[in-house]
Design a protein around this ligand. Structure first.
Ligand code: MD3
Ligand code: FE
Length: 232
């Protein structure tokens, strides 16, 4: 074997990025790199439109803490964390008004991504918006409040990069890290739907459209959990 030619290595730095645009990370998990970039400004405008009606807030956790990522929601159901636990609600607790509707541009994007990953009839009714700033993170967790794991979760990353933690079916599975960049879309379904995941922190660079802030938008199909029978 010959040793690597330093000139060839130098040349590599000039070659175009050949990472595939559509990569199956594992069975059921598809990364669509830069999928959302062509309309990125439109998605950020839609996010701002939602946040004007339902502002980002730092929610409390059942353990008595406060989430370092700020959150809001749109869609029929919004995800809420409080001392009482995690749930989906039809009203924004901050305003007692219905959550804003999912902006059409975001809905189309989520459906196009799901379709590309093999889910032809994805109908999200819950859309969680996360905002990360310096010091924000999200510990390893599963998304299991949706009561329907036949539907995928579609995630859209915008702005500053995030250091994604990507684990397996139980908390002790090996965890990999992956940089999620502006415009990246992930579709998690099938056997990967309940896998542990989180955000360790943010990348070192500001983004031209969002500065030092990272946004992530997840689209979900939630089945309302059974509620107690009303008193007669
Ligand atoms: C893997 N959000 O909101 S998105 C969340 O970047 C959440 O804000 C992170 O985890 C964020 O619940 C990660 C990527 C993601 C979303 C949902 C998943 C990965 C997933 C569901 C199952 C497995
Ligand atoms: Fe999650």
């Amino acid at each position: 074997m010959t040793s690597p030619d330093p000139t060839a290595r130098q040349m590599d730095l000039l070659l175009p990025d050949t990472r595939p645009m559509r990569e199956e990370l594992e069975a059921g998990a598809m990364l669509l790199r830069a999928f959302a970039k062509p309309c990125d400004a439109e998605y950020l405008q839609a996010l701002e439109h939602v946040a004007r009606q339902a502002p980002f807030r730092h929610m409390h956790t059942p353990g008595g803490g406060t989430m370092s990522a700020a959150m809001t929601s749109c869609g029929t159901l919004g995800w809420v964390s409080s001392l009482q636990g995690y749930t989906y609600t039809t009203l924004d607790p901050a305003s007692q008004q219905a959550w804003p509707t999912i902006p059409p541009s975001l809905l189309s994007l989520a459906q196009a991504a799901a379709q590309t990953a093999g889910y032809a009839h994805f109908i999200p009714n819950a859309c969680l918006l996360n905002r990360y700033q310096n010091g924000s993170h999200m510990g390893l967790h599963q998304d299991r409040d949706e009561h329907d794991t036949t539907q995928p979760i579609v995630s859209l990353s915008l702005g500053r990069s995030g250091i994604f933690l990507w684990g397996g079916p139980d908390r002790r599975s090996k965890v990999r890290t992956l940089m999620l960049e502006h415009g990246d879309v992930l579709v998690w379904g099938g056997p990967a739907r309940l896998h542990y995941h989180g955000i360790k922190g943010l990348g070192p660079h500001a983004h031209p459209l969002t500065g030092w802030t990272r946004f992530n938008i997840t689209f979900r199909h939630v089945v309302a959990p059974p509620t107690p029978a009303p008193q007669t």
